[in-house]
Write a protein that binds this ligand. Structure first.
Ligand code: MTE
Length: 305
């Protein structure tokens, strides 16, 4: 495995070389079990620009990998980059349970063999007022959900992060109700924009960014994009989430990016792109209204924030 030093090489070199590395990893996995095509997409196309990608300038790899929120490793922005090396990411299993025909324990490498990996460049807006433009690698969550065959009772999808008290120094403090938990309504989970992230800049996800598998929901505030997922449950009722449990007046279940609905302690009208000086206007649904607004047309988004 090549070690990349993001300080010494340009962004383009990082992308090209890293995409190559990421592909190599998946090819190795495939060779081990004697298959040629690993995912729905030929590997050579993994780099093809997705229709869903923004053309905006990508945030530097260095910023993405050092300015993080991963409270299991501390609440400071630089804590995850400093502490998350202790996270054990391989082998990695995901337990699927609840309202579906195919519950069970699935190995991540097996999941990855059956899905279409692609690069998607998404805007990512944190509820705290900063944002980034991130080139994710990943696959649509819908592909995984379809394989699990949810029953007609499955109205929501619940996600849970690993809870490893030995290797996660941040969970010693009751900052949140551990394990970190999140949820989506079924139509949100099935929306083609909703991605299961496995990499950034073509490289495997770094631990601090939620390795080896995280959610990416680009029209919602960043805290919905739960990291290091070990459990997925299909439920009939709306699951409760860590941030709602922490403060339900400040963090709603939907948490769609919305400049018209302020957080009780700060406005959401503007945001600071990490790496840029001037603040910019926040767009409704983070600029993805065309793809997602219809899911909420009947809802009062001030009430269901
Ligand atoms: N997932 C877990 N398990 N723990 C966390 O603390 N933080 C959330 C989200 N997912 C968090 C998490 C928040 S608040 C944000 S803004 C994003 O991860 C940050 O993702 P990044 O650090 O990769 O930019």
């Amino acid at each position: 495995m090549l070690i990349l030093d993001s300080n010494k090489i340009s962004e383009n070199e990082v992308t090209d070389r890293a995409v190559y590395d990421n592909r190599r990893k998946f090819m190795k996995t495939a060779a081990g079990i004697g298959i040629v095509a690993v995912s729905g997409l030929p590997l050579g196309q993994a780099q093809a620009k997705s229709n869903y990608s923004t053309e905006e300038k990508k945030t530097d790899f260095k910023d993405i990998s050092t300015y993080c929120n991963f409270y299991e490793f501390g609440t400071g922005k630089s804590d995850p980059a400093q502490n998350a090396h202790s996270l054990m990411t391989s082998p990695w299993d995901v337990v699927v349970e609840g309202e579906c025909a195919n519950p069970g324990k699935y190995n991540l490498e097996d999941i990855i063999k059956q899905v279409s990996l692609e690069e998607r460049i998404y805007r990512f807006r944190c509820v705290e007022g900063w944002s980034m433009v991130i080139p994710w690698m990943g696959f649509p969550l819908a592909e995984l959900i379809k394989r699990m065959e949810p029953t007609s009772k499955a109205k929501y999808v619940y996600f849970e992060t690993l809870l490893d008290r030995k290797n996660m120094p941040g969970v010693a403090r009751p900052v949140l109700d551990w394990p970190y938990a999140e949820g989506l309504r079924m139509d949100e989970a099935m929306n083609p924009l909703t991605l299961m992230g496995t990499g950034i800049y073509g490289k495997d996800l770094l631990n601090q960014n939620g390795a080896p598998l995280r959610l990416v929901v680009p029209w919602k505030y960043g805290f919905k994009s739960i990291k290091s997922i070990v459990k997925i449950r299909f439920t009939e009722t709306q699951p409760s989430t860590s941030w709602q449990k922490a403060n339900k007046n400040e963090y709603g279940f939907y948490s769609n990016v919305n400049p018209e609905v302020s957080h009780p302690r700060w406005s959401q009208r503007r945001e600071r792109r990490i790496g840029q000086f001037k603040k910019i206007k926040t767009q409704k649904f983070n600029g993805y209204a065309e793809q997602v607004a219809s899911m909420y047309s009947e809802m009062d988004l001030k009430k269901f924030f």
